[in-house]
Design a protein around this ligand. Structure first.
Ligand code: SAH
Ligand code: SF4
Ligand code: F3S
Length: 440
């Protein structure tokens, strides 16, 4: 069908949402909608939302508030909200936002064409937040310009119910996508010029466990590694409780698997870990890090930390600080604890006052900044392989890319290198990147 109408998608949240937004564009293209980067031109505006912390949810409401004027100017405009806030709020969202036409949940992407038809034909306001456990066929959208990196979802949902986390409620139970579909999608991407693929799941280590014939996660990595033309393979996120010796052994042995792991620890306190329902101890976490570094000494390790979980004392926080000193993560995502509706932690007593949590977060982030800089400086003088992703935002003669360890590198070079790898000598380690010079 000839695409005549315009679709604008605003994506919030994690890579999983970015992947889902691509699929939304794909299914709606078949119903005659073409993506536009200009919201003012759109006939259909979709928000793909995140609910991981209260701030993320507030962003959605303020974005929606700003759409009121557009809808007034253009009453035939359709506005829809999908993703995790939509799943969480359902019909409440429709009641709260009068200029909203559609609320669809995290499993509703493939019903979008039907939902839009209902709005167009019957003039109804529509809510669809049912869970439907199935995976779509492996298709990828034809990109308007060549893509260098892509993500591929390998599982949906989460069964872990960490007590602070909304994800199991808004994404449903864990299910794994058939490996043949994953391989087909990765093969398609690699043959169309995508050099780097990131496999996505909330807990990739439990990939396939619910299906008797499925490969394990390390076996899946081996199969994806063999896809022709793929240069780099990454995955996220790995849960420490399920990380196997078999997975550790893949580092340095699969040619495409990048030497970086993101392994969220959340806190340095065993007591808080128990209250979070994380199912590992600091000792077992440290043992995993040791084993990973034994397997591949320069492996980059990054993590997530929550400060100010209910009941967190100054001593618990000191343990978190001691842990980051001991491990020296390459970088860290850190957040103040945020109450999420319906989660167990919300009902815990002894909440840490926001000012105190913010104070602890600042201490943690200041120290981590120094560690990240020291780690970047330690690379000075060495050579790294860079996959060039784009021209640098600051200057056209500068290129920007990433090392296999996922560090950003800026260096001078020919624009022809975009999409290819280059060897670069590190001249300077900076707070958030490396500055380098291309070597032959
Ligand atoms: N599945 C991934 C995490 C997905 S959410 C995993 O288990 O590692 C990404 C990060 O957001 C989490 O690791 C956690 O650090 C943070 N997070 C989740 N819920 C939060 C909350 N209620 N308050 C603050 N941070 C939260
Ligand atoms: Fe949330 Fe825990 Fe599941 Fe990660 S493993 S998505 S933190 S419940
Ligand atoms: Fe946010 Fe949903 Fe991802 S809550 S982090 S968009 S799974």
């Amino acid at each position: 069908m000839l695409a005549e109408k315009k679709l604008y998608i605003a994506t919030f949240g994690c890579q999983m949402n970015e992947y889902d937004s691509e699929k939304m564009a794909l299914v709606l293209h078949e119903s005659g909608y073409d993506l536009t980067p200009d919201m003012e031109l759109a006939d259909l505006i979709l928000l793909n939302t995140c609910s991981i912390r209260d701030k993320a949810q507030q962003k959605v409401y303020s974005f929606l508030g700003r759409l009121h004027r557009l809808k007034e100017q253009k009453p035939e405009l359709i506005i829809g909200v999908g993703g995790c806030v939509a799943q969480q709020e359902g019909v409440r969202l429709l009641k709260r936002v009068p200029h909203l036409d559609l609320v669809f949940g995290t499993h509703g992407i493939y019903r979008l064409p039907d939902l839009i038809t209902r709005i167009l034909v019957k003039g109804e306001r529509v809510v669809d937040t049912d869970f439907h456990y199935s995976f779509p066929p492996p298709t990828t959208i034809k990109a308007t310009r060549p893509r260098i990196k892509a993500t591929v979802t390998i599982m949906q949902g989460c069964n872990n119910f960490c007590t602070y986390c909304i994800v199991p409620y808004v994404r449903g139970r864990e299910i794994s996508r058939p490996s043949r579909d994953i391989l087909k999608e990765v093969t398609g991407l690699a043959s169309s010029g995508v050099a780097e693929v990131t496999l996505l799941g909330q807990n990739v280590n439990s990939y396939g466990v619910e299906q008797p014939d499925s490969p394990s996660f390390p076996e899946l990595l081996k199969q994806v590694d063999a896809v022709p033309n793929l240069l780099r393979l990454r995955f996220t996120t790995s849960h420490p409780k399920d990380l196997s010796a078999e997975l550790i052994a893949t580092y340095g042995t699969l040619k495409t698997l990048c030497e970086h792991i993101h392994l969220p620890v959340q806190t340095g306190s065993d007591r808080i870990l128990r209250m979070m329902n994380r199912n590992y101890t600091i000792e077992s976490y440290l043992n995993i890090i040791k084993a990973l570094r034994r397997q591949f000494p320069t492996l980059a390790v990054t993590s997530d930390v929550i400060v100010g979980f209910p009941t967190e004392t100054a001593a618990d926080f000191d343990n978190t600080m001691a842990l980051i000193e001991e491990i020296r993560f390459d970088s860290l995502f850190s957040f103040c604890y945020s109450d999420r509706p319906g989660t167990k932690a919300t009902r815990l007593p002894d909440k840490v006052p926001f000012e105190e949590a913010a104070r602890r977060l600042a201490i943690l982030q200041d120290r981590q900044k120094e560690i990240t800089l020291e780690k970047n400086q330690a690379l000075e003088g060495g050579e790294v392989e860079v996959l060039v992703e784009a021209l640098s935002k600051k200057s056209d003669s500068m290129l920007q890319g990433r090392t296999r360890s996922n560090k950003v590198v800026n260096f001078m070079g020919s624009p022809d290198l975009v999409g290819h790898t280059a060897m670069v000598k590190v001249l300077e380690g900076r707070p958030n990147s490396l500055l380098g010079r291309q070597v032959e």
